[in-house]
Each structure stands twice: as structure tokens, then as C-alpha cells.
Design a protein around this ligand. Structure first.
Ligand code: ZN
Length: 302
């Protein structure tokens, strides 16, 4: 188990397989109140934590399965999350509705996957917080930064005294931002990245990428991550120099590059993300909806 002290009482705990999906990394605050952010570390890691430490508080960064799946192992802890994601932590069905309509075959495939991969079950939520809420854990004060976009209740957590930020699924992976659920929002994601950038953190921890040190490095990484959104958008506009249907755009795999198995599921995510870009591009006057599909609006040359 990798357990790294970031500052007095604040520890990074690495999830199995370096916190790559289906696992995720956590922050543990070993203060008067002992708090753990997210429970996607993997069962073995969590069992070892429980042998060594008391955990009073579980703070879920958001409702996704790879952050909440082991909530049930913390019987004595108070479980909390942002009020906009609470229903989807409490109920697997509510989470599934964010992936698409329940009767949809893709959502059925996701239901089976969540059951087999995570044994995902409904969770308690004992407390719902909002933007700006401060967890007073003793010496450590942990501030909630509501950062919607990935999910509507997605949050980051900032410890101002030591300038440590937990960026959750603003995860700084090379894949870039993920907004494949119905409650995801590209504009909100952009605003959220800019919001955390302003905090000028010195140490950042993300759910799937580990520790990033140094204010300038963090800012550069956030800029690169943000730019992924605009890069995808440029590719869509470029592809739509010729008119294409939504299925043709999805099959181009602009976001995923190639579709892993189960293809059905990843194509579904690609479609949802592409649709969000198309809405933005239409609103910004860069793409036109046609009878057959979509086409870029060519700017007249002057
Ligand atoms: Zn997530």
C-alpha cells in the first residue's frame, strides 16, 4: 500500500493499479476527525486501512462507482457528498439514470457491469454539503469546491493552510475530461477547471493520476487538460467541413480514438460527449444542424 505524507496529518493513499479505473486514489486526513475522501481504493487496500485506523468520515467527491463502491465497508463512519449527487450515491438506479434511460440496452449493460465489477450497492448518505462548506477536522480545515461538469455534484477539496487540493475527476490524465453522463456539462467543466486553477495549489492529488507537485506544474497540467476539450472541438469542426450524420461522427471516435470492449458502451459515451460538443458548437455559430446531420459553417474569407 502506497501511503505518502503530503503534510502534517494529510496523506495520499494510492488505489490499486495506481488508481486507474476501476480504482481511484484517496486522501486521508489523520486528525481529531479522521476523514477519507472516496472509497475506490480497492477492497484489499481498504481492509488494511481499517485494520490500522479509525475512520470517522467518508467524503465522496461525486457519485460515480469508482469513488463510492466500498462505502459499505465503513459501517461506523458518517458518509457525505454534495447534495446534487446524493441521490445517485444512495441509489444505483438513480446513478444508472445518469448514464441513460433505464430501458436502454446500453444502460442494462452498464448495470450488469457495475454489479459484476464493483458489486455496486445502494449507499447511505448521512450528510449533504454544498460549495464552500468547510470540514473542521481539528487542525485541518478542508474546504469544498463545487466543480460540476464531470457530474453535477462533482467536488474538489482544498486545504488552504498547506495549499493541497484533491482534484477528484479533474484527473489530469492524458485522455482528458470525461463528460459522458446525462448530467455532465462541457461549459461547467471548463468553468470548474478555471475555478481550481485560481486556487494556486502547491500540491494536487487526482483520483486517477496521483500527486502533482508545484504551482506552475499544476497550472500547466490544468491548461493542457482544459485544452483537450478545445482540441476535440476543433476536430469535430474539421470533420464537419463535409456534412455528416451523428452516427458518422461517433464512428470517427474523435474522443476515444478507438472503442474498447464493450464497444456498445464506449460508443454510447462517445455519442453523449459528441452531442454535448455539437450543442455548444451550434450555440456558438460554428456548426449548423442540417436535414441529414451536421455541417461546419464556413467563415467567408476576407
Ligand atoms: Zn467520475
Amino acid at each position: 500500500m502506497r501511503w505518502i505524507e503530503l503534510s502534517d496529518k494529510v496523506f495520499f493513499i494510492e488505489g490499486e493499479n495506481h488508481g486507474r479505473y476501476p480504482f481511484s486514489n484517496s486522501l486521508f486526513i489523520d486528525d481529531e476527525v479522521k476523514a477519507l475522501i472516496d472509497t475506490g481504493l480497492g477492497k484489499e487496500v481498504i481492509k488494511r486501512i481499517l485494520k490500522q485506523k479509525r475512520v470517522d468520515l467518508i467524503i465522496n467527491s461525486h457519485c460515480h462507482e469508482d469513488h463510492t463502491c466500498c462505502n459499505y465497508l465503513f459501517e461506523n463512519a458518517k458518509i457525505c457528498c454534495h447534495r446534487f449527487d446524493a441521490s445517485a450515491v444512495r441509489s444505483v438506479n438513480e446513478l444508472l439514470k445518469r448514464y441513460g434511460p433505464l430501458e436502454h440496452e446500453v444502460v442494462e449493460a452498464i448495470r450488469v457491469f457495475l454489479k459484476e465489477m464493483f458489486g455496486l450497492r445502494n449507499s447511505r448518505v448521512d450528510f449533504e454539503f454544498e460549495d464552500g462548506y468547510v470540514f473542521d477536522l481539528g487542525d485541518v480545515k478542508l474546504k469544498v469546491i463545487h466543480t460540476p461538469g464531470h457530474s453535477i455534484g462533482h467536488c474538489c477539496f482544498f486545504i488552504p493552510d498547506v495549499k493541497i487540493i484533491f482534484l477528484s475527476d479533474i484527473d489530469l490524465t492524458s485522455f482528458g475530461p470525461w463528460y459522458g453522463c446525462l448530467d455532465s456539462d462541457v461549459d461547467q467543466f471548463i468553468d470548474s477547471i478555471n475555478k481550481v486553477k485560481k486556487l494556486s495549489a502547491e500540491i494536487a492529488v487526482t483520483s486517477h493520476k496521483g500527486i502533482i507537485m508545484g504551482r506552475d506544474v499544476i497550472e500547466t497540467r490544468l491548461n493542457e487538460y482544459l485544452d483537450k476539450i478545445f482540441e476535440r472541438e476543433r476536430k469535430v469542426v474539421d470533420f464537419l467541413k463535409d456534412e455528416h450524420t451523428i452516427d458518422e461522427i461517433v464512428n470517427k471516435a474523435i474522443i476515444y480514438g478507438r472503442f474498447r470492449e464493450p464497444k456498445l458502451v464506449f460508443k454510447h459515451f462517445e455519442k453523449i460527449m459528441i452531442e454535448k460538443h455539437l450543442h455548444r458548437l451550434i450555440r456558438n455559430g460554428l456548426v449548423l444542424e442540417t436535414k441529414r446531420g451536421f455541417k461546419s459553417i464556413m467563415k467567408a474569407k476576407v
